[in-house]
Design a protein around this ligand. Sequence first.
Ligand SMILES: [Zn+2]
Length: 432
Amino acid sequence: MPYKGGSRLSGERASKLGHLDIIQSDLVNELIDQFESYDPEIVETDAKWEKIDLSEEPLRLIFAVDGSKQTVRSDLPPYKELSFIKTTLLRLDQYALDKLDPDAPHPMALRDIMADAAMYHATVLPLKGVRVKGKNNYDAVRQIIFESLNDHSLNREPYNTLKWLAYELWTGQPKKSPSFSCPHCSEEVSGLPYNTDEGECEHCNGHLFLSDMIGFHLEMGEDVAPDSVSTAYMLIHETLLLFTGIRHFWEKKKYKVLNNALFLKDGPLTLRSQYSKLVIPIRNFIEFAKVQGVEIHIAGQEKTGAFVDHLEIIAKYAPAGSFYAPSNDYIRKEVQHRPERAEPYGFRTNYGNKLFVKVDNYHYLVMSIPTGNYVDTKSAADLFGLKKILATLPSILSHRHECALIPIELANGVASLSSYPSAAILKIFADI
Ligand SMILES: [Zn+2]
């Protein structure tokens, strides 16, 4: 996802609500006055900003993942819809970073990075009206997802990472995959047997792929898949790419490399609704690494949404070079403005806790950082590897965009759809 432009409010002062002169309520009028007031908002929050400790050495090796997608639809009936998805994993070392001019990176230097240190994956999902090998759309999408995760140009590594997570292979203990709803009979399958790729439903004997465990079929119809399936595939694939890097070093016992690496993801460390099946294995792995004393640095950066809006307001009152890790209570009261709920924030869907960072007066970031097992943030020490992550930020800030990080900007460049054929050309294929 690209960084948005500056978000300064326009100077428009004309009253937007003045014509509603029928409103007599004092309360409503007070609200209107507030709405139209352009005085800088004074916001008092409980945010307790702490100083970033720059005595830590910055991490020298940085990986960043990002993805993009584009859905095209034929103009003439019978309508067909295809969604093109691209994801990328980019590696940057300190040498490459030093070569880059943060104000105006030289296109050749960027080209070298992309050629030597970026890998990407591209696939296409038929969302509507496309028949593949006599299968209906539903089964075709299930099979394409399975085969795409097994992308041979990436040596099936993202799929191996899915297996590694699903069966928690780092433990060495045989266990089933997480349980999931059968794509044929909707009964709950108790999980595929240890380390298998395919299997049968214990209720209807229907054929199952390990990738069915992720749950894409839960939002698909027999002939139509919504665009959100393509977004979900992109997010799952980004997550698998991120953990492919981590798994690689873990399996080779290159713990020193892990200790010196930062894994960055565009967007929060979240997998929503049914796609959250992988959240528990991810948390279990982080906890395992923590117990083993191997520090792993993972961070997501979100660029839109309620947390970003909130930080825009409170960052004004925060000192440069500081951070604040909000508790669930703060998030509920100050960001979500919600009443207390039975389930704690992000309990099922997040594998990282939120962090607000104001690096300098131009860069403030909403990040999420794993904690291992689920915890409500009590102190910044709950966030795994926080000190080193924070100490690395100043060296990877973009000077081209406010609130932007160079590795994510570059990953975005590789993943961006501009490197696809143009949308018009994609349409030609969709019309066949
Ligand atoms: Zn079944």
